[in-house]
Design a protein around this ligand. Sequence first.
Ligand code: LP5
Ligand code: MN
Length: 253
Amino acid sequence: MKKLGDNANVSLIDATVFISDLHLCASRPHITTTFLQFLKNWALQAKALYILGDLFEYWAGDDDIDDDHFQPIIDAFNALSNAGVSIYFMHGNRDFLVADAFCKAASITLLPDPTLIDLYGKRTILSHGDDLCTDDVAYQEFRRQVRDKKWQSDFLSKPLHLRKQQIEAIRLRSEQEKSQKSAQIMDVNQTAVNALLATHDYPELLIHGHTHRPYQHQIQLNGHTITRWVLGDWYEQGSYLFCNQDGCKSVGL
Ligand code: LP5
Ligand code: MN
C-alpha cells in the first residue's frame, strides 16, 4: 500500500471513494482517529475522495480553524492531496459554514449541492440529502433561514463563543424536535428525489447521505433505472462507498 509522502513511484488505483456524516468532534476522539487512519490507508488508494457533508458535528465559521481538534485533520487532508488524491467536499446541514479559508488550508475543493459528475461513464448526482427531506417542514424552514447569505454574514459577524452558544441551543432544540418526528418524515421524499433526477435528465446514480440509513435503492422512473446509494454515518462504525469501473460497493471499516 502507498504510504503518505512517498507517492513518487506508486500509481493510484483508479477508484473513487465517497463518505458523509462523520460528525467529527473533540468529544468523540475515536471517530477522528478512525477517520485519520482511513485517510492514511484506504483513501490513499483512490484517485478521488468525496465528502458529502457533515464532516464535522458542526462548523461555527472558518475562524475556528485554529482549534486543536482540527489541525490533525487538516494535516491529513494535505498529506492526502500531496499524494495525488483529489479531495472534494460538499456542505451538510451541520457544516454549511465551511468556507474558502478552511478549504484552502485543507487543500479541498468545495462542491455545490447538488453536483453532477461522470463516475466511470455513469452520470452521477451527488448531494448531502437534507434538501430532499421535504416532509420535514420545520427543518426546511430552518434550512431556508440559515442558508440565506445575509443571515450567514450577520451570524458570522458575532464573536465565535457566542456563535457556539447559539449552535448549542439549536442542537438541543433539534434533538428535542427530532424525538417527536417520525422516521418517515426524516427520510427523503420520493417526489423530491424524482424531481432531482428529472431535472438532471435521469442520471444512472444518485449518491447522498444525511438520513443515516445506508442502503442501495433501485428506482424505476419514466423508463429509466436509477440507483440511489445512501451513505452511512460514522457514529458506531466508519464506512465508505468504493466505486471503480466495475461498479460501487459499500465497505465497513
Ligand atoms: O443533523 P441532524 O441529522 O441531527 O438533524 C437534522 C436537522 N437539524 C439540524 C440542526 C443541526 O443538527 C444542529 C445545528 C448545526 C449547526 C450549524 C451551524 C450554523 C447554524 C447556526 C444556527 C444558530 O440541521 C433536523 C432534521 C433532521 O436533520 C432530519 O432531516 O429533522 O431538523 C431539526 O430538528 C430542526 C427543527 O425541526 C427546527 C429548528 C428550529 C430552530 C429555530 C431557531 C431559529 C433561529 C435560527 C437562527 C438563530
Ligand atoms: Mn446531515
